[in-house]
Design a binder for this molecule. Structure first.
Ligand code: BES
Ligand code: MN
Ligand code: ZN
Length: 500
């Protein structure tokens, strides 16, 4: 679907979208349409429960006296509460109502509304952003869907005076949306399509944006002593890869220490020899969600030419049971020199990240590392599907992430770390074991990660197991792969790490 901006004197097509405030008061354009339709809108209002609450809609089909196929009245709620997030969710509502309506195009008639603090261009750009984000659909494998069942809406024109301003503000948002879609595509693909080597092929697209790729194969990883990552990979016929994506956008300082993002990229997690139950195992195709987000963030940063030095690392492996798979009880040696007793081969993400994060620090000397991983089922027990778990060794970074989460509606909730939890992963025969028992499962996983963070590095870990996939639509996120994390981290960078 295409979103464009046009001035109010341009030709309108398809469905018209107008606005009403809390209480049902119509916007100026809505008032004009009411007159043109001989009071059609007010009659519809009177005969409905529509109150103008934010996201509420009322549709008048085939109105008399105007060219519109239909008029959608969209509630904005209280004008003074309308912020960028609200504008995005209104954009999402437009797609929700019109996406499958039969209309191919829509004209959104934006007016200056009294009491709205958000500027017109800002409102328009965020509305477009939300509408575009909601229009995502992963349908490449459907060969028999009838045209009638496919979404009909092909273009939305947001009409306002300040077209140039809206376009200018929309430009970085479009780059961010491209990053979100890049992530959603990766996450949605099945594991016979996305495995480590094919994941790397997808990443080649980033080089066109100026991102430099460095790819390590098995042999190189072996030489570097990455026994933990390789131990996970050894049961699979699909060879592992470790990738660094570099974006150097900081002004005048090509060698400035970067911020780093590290993603768990388990392209399929069977559990290995500690095999998972069959029910729901198909979900483990998105156990590369962390790597997907890291790739999408790098896409967004490079596309909008962010003034930051950033590096994205993805550890790509497939966790399979086979005669070459690692066994419970095996001891592996990480690149850091620390050894891990693998009690449960299904606790594999931390093994991959241990080597990926160590390599990241050795190679790129980042001042900050944020890792993302669909790491534990336990985080879903703690936080459900509405917050990612946040663990950090640095309060400032934790606050910045929490704030960015509120700004983007990608909420994170801080969880504790501490020595008492760290004790749970002591091993009889190695430096640590890879599981700490049932209690505090997400925290003990984070404790293991922390053992691979060097002293001077600010670190945060996001456990995104509960937020990477959604089984229901929300305002700007259709069901399926959410892309959660791309907007969050892009906002974190733009607010705190750019141009300094
Ligand atoms: N990939 C899973 C975690 C997961 C579960 C992600 C559900 C998304 C949805 C991870 O590798 C795993 O298997 N974790 C185990 C750890 C346990 C063996 C200590 C878990 O959560 O059960
Ligand atoms: Mn697992
Ligand atoms: Zn996993």
């Amino acid at each position: 679907m295409r979103v464009t901006f046009a001035s109010p004197d341009q030709k309108r097509t398809g469905a018209y979208v107008v606005f009403a405030m809390d209480g049902g008061k119509l916007s100026a354009s809505a008032g004009d349409l009411d007159k043109a339709t001989g009071g059609g809108l007010k009659r519809a209002l009177k005969n409905s429960k529509f109150k103008g609450r934010r996201g509420q809609t009322l549709t008048v089909l085939g109105p008399r006296g105007v060219k519109a196929s239909r008029i959608v009245i969209l509630g904005i709620g209280k004008p003074n509460k309308l912020d960028t997030l609200a504008a995005q969710s209104l954009g999402g509502a437009i797609y929700r109502i019109l996406g499958g309506s039969g209309d191919k195009s829509a004209s959104v008639l934006l007016d200056t509304i009294k009491g709205v603090k958000l500027g017109g261009a800002e409102f328009a750009a965020n509305l477009a952003f939300g509408c575009h984000l909601r229009s995502y659909r992963f349908d490449k494998y459907r060969t028999k869907e009838k045209d009638d069942d496919k979404p009909s809406l092909k273009s939305v024109a947001v009409m306002l005076r300040d077209v140039a301003g809206a376009r200018r503000r929309f430009s970085p948002l479009r780059n961010i949306a491209d990053g979100v879609f890049f992530t959603r595509d990766l996450v949605s693909e099945p594991a016979n399509v996305i495995y480590p080597i094919s994941f790397v092929s997808r990443l080649r697209a980033l080089t066109k944006l100026g991102v430099k790729l460095q790819v390590l194969d098995e042999k190189q990883m072996k030489k570097l002593g990455m026994g933990a990552l390789l131990g996970v990979a050894q049961g699979s016929a699909n060879a592992p890869r470790l990738v660094a994506m570099r974006w150097n956008g900081a002004p005048r300082a090509k060698d400035k220490r970067p911020i780093a993002f590290v993603g768990k990229g388990v392209t399929f997690d069977t559990g290995g020899i500690s095999i998972k139950p069959a029910g729901g195992m198909e979900d483990m195709k998105w156990d590369m969600g962390g790597a997907g987000v890291v790739s999408g963030v790098m896409h967004a940063l490079a596309a909008r030419k962010a003034k930051v030095n950033a590096v994205g690392i993805v550890g790509l492996v497939e966790n399979m049971p086979s005669s070459t798979a690692q066994r419970p009880g095996d001891v592996v040696k990480t690149m850091s020199g620390q050894t891990i007793e693998v009690i449960n081969t299904d606790a594999e993400g931390r093994l991959v990240l241990a080597d990926a994060m160590w390599w990241c620090q050795k190679m790129f000397k980042p001042h900050t590392i944020i890792d993302l991983a669909t790491l534990t089922g336990a985080i879903i027990i703690s936080l459900g599907y509405h917050h990612a778990g946040l663990f950090a060794n640095n309060d400032k970074l934790a606050e910045q992430l929490t704030e960015a989460g509120k700004d983007t509606n990608e909420a994170v909730w801080r969880m504790p770390l501490g020595d008492a939890y760290d004790k749970q992963v002591r091993s009889q025969i190695a430096d640590m074991k890879n599981v700490g028992g049932r209690d505090a499962g997400s925290i003990t996983a984070a404790q293991i990660l922390q053992r691979f963070i060097q002293k001077d590095v600010a670190w945060a870990h996001l456990d995104i197991a509960g937020v990477t996939w959604s089984n229901s639509d929300s305002a700007t996120v259709p069901r399926g792969g959410t892309g959660f994390g791309v907007r969050l981290l892009d906002t974190l960078v733009s607010k705190h790490y750019e141009g300094k």
